[in-house]
Design a protein around this ligand. Structure first.
Ligand code: KG4
Ligand code: ZN
Length: 342
């Protein structure tokens, strides 16, 4: 950490339905962060409507950047580099943030860094709020479970920006499974928090849902689980007009949490990881957090709730390490809607 140069990064994130900007110092200290959510707009459609998302980003991006600078009491003169999410994400959404970042970089003559959104999620565990004591940094080798709306994968990090992908989902991501099951149960968008809320009063052992047996123990598959919930819903609907939504949600959630938890612990043991890191929107799930927090074998890093779902602070953190290691982008880079982490 000592050899890294001090730098203040302004970052922009527009990969999906959140228009976000943040200023972060030295990769860890968060000076300001604004997230303009479009959740209410997309809730009407039961999911993110891509064209609407990109138009909304166009409307929000300049005020969001201005508010972020205001909140930090800084101007662009105080910034050392601009980081921006290059992918993965919705092309039309990514383009808005990318063009804003290019405009800022051109206008200020600052370097620009195109950041992988998944790397951003991982680096959210390095962040703490300005004025607070710096918590210990995650230590390598680190087993990173990435669980977002589009991705579920296990990566071994042996150093900064170094990922060995051990396994990933063969079909749905964990977040996608939450979203699909929410729809099946008639719960509102976004699905993850709705399922969690319904599950609070449900019985997690009432329904025994199947777990996929896979050749690679670090891979995931959630499509069979979703189909099992669908069959159960259809069977129950024939029996009664009221669905035991809470028990179905709790049993589904308990199955997902158990799969994610056990595979991550096994992968950490098998690869002699020192610590575990959990990142991405699903890391906001309380039972998942509790599962990791209630074991003592590994120290586990899970970001605070505000940094679990999409935000720009995490893009600034990953951007800082990329910048520090000399990974500055040209201003003619394009967005990469399907950009793997490794
Ligand atoms: O990381 P994220 O905000 O966006 C992507 O990069 O995809 O993740 C969004 C996903 C959604 O599928 C959402 O349902 C899920 O994270 N999620 C949750 C919770 N909060 C968000 N899933 C389970 N429990 C939650 N509390
Ligand atoms: Zn995300």
């Amino acid at each position: 950490m000592n050899e890294l140069k001090p730098a203040r990064i302004l970052a922009i994130e527009t990969s999906c339905d959140e228009t976000a900007c943040a200023v972060l110092e030295n990769g860890r200290e968060l000076l300001s962060s604004i997230v303009a959510s479009q959740m209410d707009i997309h809730a009407r459609y039961g999911g993110v409507f891509p064209e609407v998302a990109s138009r909304q980003h166009v409307l929000s991006i300049i005020p969001v950047v201005e508010q972020t600078l205001d909140q930090s009491n800084l101007t662009l003169k105080d910034i050392d580099a601009i980081a921006v999410t290059r992918g993965p994400g919705l092309a039309g959404s990514l383009v808005v943030g990318m063009n804003m970042a290019k405009g800022l970089a051109l206008g200020t003559n600052l370097p620009m860094i195109g950041v992988n959104h998944l790397e951003g999620h991982i680096y959210s565990s390095w962040i703490y709020n300005a004025g607070e004591a710096a918590p210990p940094e995650p230590q390598f080798p680190l087993m990173a479970l990435l669980v977002s709306g589009g991705h579920t994968e296990l990566n071994l990090m042996t150093d900064h920006l170094t990922y060995q992908r051990l396994g990933a989902t063969l079909d749905y991501a964990a977040g996608e499974a939450f979203d699909k099951v929410a729809r099946l149960l008639g719960l509102p968008y976004p699905g993850g928090p709705s399922v969690q809320r319904a599950a609070e009063t449900g019985n997690p052992t009432r329904f025994k849902f199947p777990r996929a047996k896979l050749d690679n123990p670090y891979d995931f598959s959630f499509s069979g689980l979703k189909t099992a919930v669908l069959y159960e819903v259809n069977r129950l609907k024939k029996e009664s007009s009221t669905l035991p939504v809470e028990d179905l949600a709790a049993s589904f959630q308990a199955t997902v949490v158990d799969i994610l938890f056990k595979k991550t612990i096994q992968a950490a043991r098998d690869h002699d990881a020192k610590e575990i890191l959990v990142a991405g929107g699903v890391s906001a799930n309380r039972p998942l957090r509790q599962a990791f927090q209630s074991q003592e074998e590994f120290k586990v890093h899970i970001p605070p709730f505000s940094l679990c779902t999409d935000n720009a602070a995490m893009i600034a953190a990953a951007g800082y390490y990329r910048y520090s290691f000399g990974h500055v982008s040209e201003l003619d880079i394009d967005v990469q809607p399907t950009w793997p982490l490794s």
